[in-house]
Ligand binder design. Sequence first.
Ligand code: NCD
Length: 329
Amino acid sequence: MIPFEGFPHVIESQQFSRQFVEGLFPVAEAMRKHPQAYAKTLDGVVVCVDFGEVSTRTFKSFDIGAKRLGAIVSGTQAMDKLSSVVKGESFADTVRTIDSYEPNFLVMRWPVEGSLAQAAALVHPRCSVINAGDGPGQHPTQALLDLYTIWRQFRSFDRPIVVGMVGDLQRGRTVHSLTYLMAKVFPQISFVFISPESCKMKPEIIRYLDRHQRHYIEVTKPKLYELAEAVDVLYMTRPQLNLEPDVSVQEQLRREYREFILTAEIADRMKSQAIILHPLPRNEEIQPEVDQNPRARYFEQAGNGMWIRMALLERIHHARTGHDTSIPG
Ligand code: NCD
């Protein structure tokens, strides 16, 4: 059975159904409980983790996660600095070259939106391409770990839930992927998009929400104080300065962001069961004192990334081979 649309590649979060994530989360839970039991799950499976854009969490969690499952892992950071790229090789030729070493997974980050879809069209059928971030496009495995963190808190997709997303909603790929995914799995979701006027949520995502009749409001005048009280999940993001080449626009973004800072005082006003998430790295948008607040879950969220990515690799491998390794025995 095909576990999700677009299988075996993971390019965008709309590919995942509620049924798929409901099957994925228990696998991640089982793995974190009994990691030793999964030490041979990907025995002999070749996983390339190749990043042409900086990363700490996504790279490490895939690298360590695949190793914990017993895979043969080849990880490369700063692919954009490798000799072939510096010597003028095209992205397509780089992908074809990696594919010639016969990987089963190519987990890749590249600064150009749409590049991972291009990679998926180039590789051999043995290989699953996983988008680990394509510039300002998407970051579907981050959406899975964000949703997993939310599910661990609320344990249900059927309750009404209000999610506030704050910051650079135009360029931040994590909010793109998470909005698509949450719109699919939570029938009773309401979004509050809180951003400076210059970086509102992408129009195509707003159109998606309209098409699927999901409830949302967009707020550009900073009212973080009042909004924080109303949300169940407050998802903070940094200004994506690295994706903005124009220095004057960077300066403007820095200035505008001063109005969107989460302080300890605002965090204290949130609902007692609400949670504060951030894909990390953070800049100044969450003050360090907020870390003491029990609602602050961003480091736990980062840790969840490893388990959910392990579960994803296992589910794809299982669907390919037919061996159910979710409960080793
Ligand atoms: C994010 C990313 O790279 O998109 N980080 C991550 O993967 N955890 C968020 C960001 O860079 O702002």
